[in-house]
Design a protein around this ligand. Structure first.
Ligand code: PGA
Length: 251
């Protein structure tokens, strides 16, 4: 993977076909001017329509999750190969909301990443610590364990296809963002951990996104940190104007 600036919108369980189409008609037109890669993560049900409605080249699409199983009798699940069959390029793996509400463990996430890679989907692996861990000062150990248990079983060739999003849980949807210094410190730590486990080259080329209350008024300061390659945007991605303002700051 080539290191690049990326702004990704994680819509979570928001939007319906009408509001999503209205958002796309606004954002879609502006996309050709974007100086970064832009990925949109809508709900599964919206993906096919969004992909059909968008006529440009710039915006790419991802799913918010995939199953850890290849296929078969898993009611309500969506497999990596099904996503690929409709032209999806990316998949979020291990968002903290899925870890918390759906009981996703580091082991399960490793399995999901394996299947995603096998199918040619690019995993965006989410990691990050809760507030109690941040307050105790052990956030690096916590994140390292997440990387170790979900990522470090992969080969160098496989890991080169992964994007990591650092999302401190205390900053998600809370309005509290990590300061640029806090983001940079953790991103550097993640990059160094990848370098120590794999190679300097793989670490230097891996895109590392920041997520957690990233908004038009703080995006530029966060994106200008040396080891921050863009953002995974939740709440602020729902408003077309705010999302476009954030995209414009990732040059
Ligand atoms: P937020 O969410 O921007 O609303 O904090 C980020 C995320 O959960 O990906």
């Amino acid at each position: 993977m080539k290191r690049k600036k990326i702004v990704a919108g994680n819509w979570k369980m928001n939007m319906d076909l009408e509001t999503a189409a209205a958002w796309l008609s606004k954002v879609g037109e502006e996309m050709e001017q974007a100086n970064c890669d832009v990925i949109l993560f809508p709900s599964f049900v919206l993906l096919p329509d969004m992909m059909d409605l968008y006529e440009g080249e710039k915006l790419t699409f991802g799913a918010q999750n995939c199953s850890q199983h290849e296929g078969g009798a898993y009611t309500g699940e969506v497999s990596a190969s099904q996503l690929v069959s409709i032209g999806v390029d990316y998949v979020l793996i291990g968002h903290s909301e899925r870890r918390e509400h759906c009981g996703e463990t580091n082991d399960m996430l490793q399995q999901k990443i394996k299947l995603a890679l096998q199918e040619g989907l690019t995993p965006v692996f989410c990691c990050g610590e809760p507030l109690s861990v941040r307050n105790s000062g052990s956030q690096k150990e916590y994140v390292h364990k997440q990387l170790e248990e979900s990522l470090f079983g992969f080969t160098a060739a496989q890991i080169s296809e992964v994007i990591i999003a650092y999302e401190p849980i205390w900053a998600i949807g809370t309005g509290l963002n990590a300061s640029p210094e806090q983001a940079q410190e953790m991103h550097l730590f993640i990059r160094s951990s990848i370098a120590a486990k794999y190679t300097d080259k793989i670490a230097a080329e891996m895109p590392l996104l920041y997520g957690g209350s990233c908004k038009p008024d703080n995006a530029s300061a966060i994106f200008s940190c040396r080891d921050v390659d863009g953002g995974l945007i939740g709440g602020a991605s729902l408003k077309a104007d705010d999302f476009l303002k954030i995209v414009a700051q990732a040059n």
